[in-house]
Design a protein around this ligand. Structure first.
Ligand SMILES: [Ca+2]
Ligand SMILES: [Ca+2]
Length: 193
């Protein structure tokens, strides 16, 4: 009887883990000041952590900058739209970012992405997406898998725009689910004896 209870408990936990891991954990980084990335504000390169996931980002010129309106790059020098990605002080602004777990980059909620505002979202050999006025969805659905530690570049190519939020789905590590099923297997075997 005791074994049966334990068996049911193990099955329940295993199911729970499988269910929770099949969809992963969806995490949205609020990029506005007072949100989730204040630790990036005013830094050339920094890391923000939310729900155990690290987002590391860097600017190709000046510093990353979040305000209550938008997140962008505050370029060195004058004449820059300091919380947007633009032509700053005569240089197209680029943010490079990565996560410390395997994720699916689900979507990016852009700010002030209008006529003539364009960018490339790319990662070395794996993908290159054009961002432009008239995106099919708002927020822009990316749905691109990105391995832990892989650099992604958001490079402004025209006009100016900012970011409000970035949403990722953390890909579950298979180890946890496997261990759970292994434990269940052992329990079943014991019960049969
Ligand atoms: Ca700027
Ligand atoms: Ca704009």
């Amino acid at each position: 009887m005791f074994l049966r209870t334990r068996l049911y408990a193990a099955v329940f936990v295993c199911l729970l883990v499988s269910l929770s891991q099949s969809s992963g954990a969806v995490i949205t980084f609020d990029m506005l000041s007072g949100g989730d990335v204040d630790s990036l504000d005013g830094t050339a390169s920094g890391t923000a952590v939310k729900d155990g996931l690290s987002l590391t980002a860097s600017a190709n010129t000046g510093v990353l900058n979040c305000t209550s309106i938008s997140f962008g790059i505050n370029a060195s020098g004058t004449g820059d739209d300091t919380d947007e990605f633009d032509n700053g002080a005569g240089m197209s602004e680029i943010m490079t970012f990565r996560f410390d777990s395997d994720v699916v980059l689900v979507s990016i909620d852009f700010f002030s992405l209008g006529s003539g505002d364009t960018a490339d979202l790319s990662s070395a050999d794996s993908f290159n997406l054009g961002i432009y006025d008239g995106l099919p969805t708002d927020p822009f659905e990316v749905n691109q898998a990105i391995a832990a530690g892989t650099d992604v570049e958001l490079a402004r190519t025209g006009g100016s725009f900012g970011i409000h939020s970035i949403t990722v789905d953390v890909i579950p590590e298979p180890a946890t689910a496997s261990l759970c099923c292994l434990a269940l297997g052992i329990l079943v075997k014991r019960r049969r004896r």
